[in-house]
Design a protein around this ligand. Sequence first.
Ligand SMILES: Cc1ncc(COP(=O)(O)O)c(C=O)c1O
Length: 462
Amino acid sequence: MPPLSNLATRDVETLVHPFINLARFRDSGPLIIERGQGVTVYDTDGKAYIEAMAGLWCTALGYGNEELVETAAAQMRKLSFAHLFTGKSHDAAIELAEKLKEIAPVPISKVFFCNSGSEANDSQVKLVWYLNNALGRPRKKKIISRMKAYHGVTVVAASLTGLPGNQRDFDLPLSGFLHTTCPQAYRFAHDGESEEAFATRLAGELDALIVKEGADTVAAFIAEPVMGAGGVIVPPKTYYEKIMAVCAKHDVFMIDDEVICGFGRLGTMFGCEKLYFRPHSISIAKAMSSAYLPIAGVMIPEAMYQALLEESKKIGVFAHGFTYGGHPVSAAVALKAIEIYVRDRIVETGAARAPQFQARLAALNAHPLVGEARGLGLIGGIELVADKKTKRSFAPAHAVGARAVAFAEAEGLIVRSVAGDVITLCPPLIIGAEEVDELFDRLTRALDRTLDWATRERLALE
Ligand SMILES: Cc1ncc(COP(=O)(O)O)c(C=O)c1O
């Protein structure tokens, strides 16, 4: 390993970084990003990278958008902070909530603002619990999520998450949080099972789980339209219509986590529109402000709002909220970002770019390291395997995905490796056609270098 730069050494001595092997990181040090423009970011040596992950699935409008910068500065000058507690308000939050109601994919009564996807999902669970207390069914409290789901890292959100790393040694999940089968055909469909048959089986398993637990104890089901951090998993055809029917049958509230899919990622403003389902409530974050500032929210239906209203009347207060929930600068920036999505037809532009992106992605299926390359809209996942025929994964200790990420960085490309060597792609929606080609050219070279390395290291490839 080359010696760390001065700034990198200071980093290692001062920061705890999320989602990394902290011991190995002490030797490798960080990749320090200094600035960004469009879909490109630059490190402290001036080296350029295509940011093919839009940061963390969030900078949909790319970097250096002057309109968003100006909006933030103007709002800071006008009113740098105001909160929504105890009846206070401000125009930025009101206007953003109105805009969100206007573009919502299902009828929405109110919006509750918070600061992160984890807080949104935590709030969802608290709201559902509060709802069922209001409705006089205090036993109906369990929440069903899915294996490989990612819903965040706070205590409740990490309990919803279905990835072992987020739970192991954190004493999670909490009791009352259950996980049903992941809708990933590549790993979990039976041999010869059609997409529809797989979807039918998954819905049957959800139904059986609810019956086993007792429908009177199950409050909600939560799902990302397309799973992101679990490895970019697109559910089989007819999945949601069958899952929604099971939820309806047992009076189970359906929470749609649109933290990644919301605001255009799949080619529609919300992911549920692309996958044809109508959830009860929706979590939003990330691209809502194109990640220029933190902001998140829960979109609440009228029936839930009425129950919250009644319950707060009864107990005297709706005691939930965050200091920075609906922060005026974040709200103003989010409102501007949504204005840009609509005015500049960003969602349609992303959708128009998707066939090229998906074609280049699908071509990677021919690569010797790739078990499956999959995606929808402008999101993709490339599952690296040791054996294409048996789908055998590499041993985690070999960290093949991390190696591919490092080769990609050497090629000037930022990607991520998640959930068992799945390389993920989620570029800003503003990416141009030539940039898509450049992204995949660099990625292909990185995969070739990973293959050479794996062969040299004799990591059994068949
Ligand atoms: C689908 C989904 N839900 C929730 C979260 C958590 O969001 P945050 O990191 O803002 O807490 C994420 C983050 O990646 C996510 O992808």
